[in-house]
Design a protein. Structure first.
Length: 160
């Protein structure tokens, strides 16, 4: 097993890369993940293990993110809460006449950045990039590649 330190935003992105991206409101999968690709059972097993770790940390941080949105956001007409970067001034006809920066958004952005830049250490199995050479995907698994090494560059003893 190896250890790798990632920022929380990278772990959130890793979760999406492995498990896919789901629209929270509709439950619809909007982007396939690495587990949706054609892989060997061994690859899927170890990827599932890594994906479970990433999802657990993502799920742990999600309520904190929602708390920040509630703290700095405003309710919209459809009863959702959002933090907008601009405050719009409107005339009597409802037309936008001016925009100014939302000071709450700047505070939200600062706290959000502090939260998602925290680091966590990840213990994981080493993945060899050569084991994924048959995967043909339109997705770019940028964070997952940090978990990969080449067999030629690996200090591990490789048994063939």
């Amino acid at each position: 097993m190896e250890k790798l330190t990632l920022k929380l935003f990278e772990i959130r992105d890793l979760n999406a890369e492995i498990n896919g991206l789901v629209n929270v409101q509709t439950g619809e999968k909007v982007r396939k993940g690495l587990l949706d690709e054609k892989l060997s059972m061994t690859q899927k097993y170890w990827l599932s293990d890594l994906g479970k770790k990433a999802k657990a940390l993502t799920d742990e941080v999600e309520p904190l993110r929602n708390e920040l949105i509630t703290k700095y956001g405003e309710k919209t007409s459809d009863e959702t809460v959002e933090v907008l970067p601009w405050i719009e001034e409107k005339n009597e006809e409802g037309e936008v006449t001016a925009r100014k920066p939302n000071p709450k958004f700047l505070d939200f952005e600062r706290e959000y950045s502090e939260l998602f830049n925290q680091e966590r250490e990840f213990e994981h199995r080493v993945f060899f990039i050569e084991d994924f050479e048959d995967v043909k995907s339109e997705n770019d698994y940028t964070i997952f590649r940090k978990f990969c090494t080449s067999r030629e560059e690996s200090p591990l003893q490789v048994v063939k």
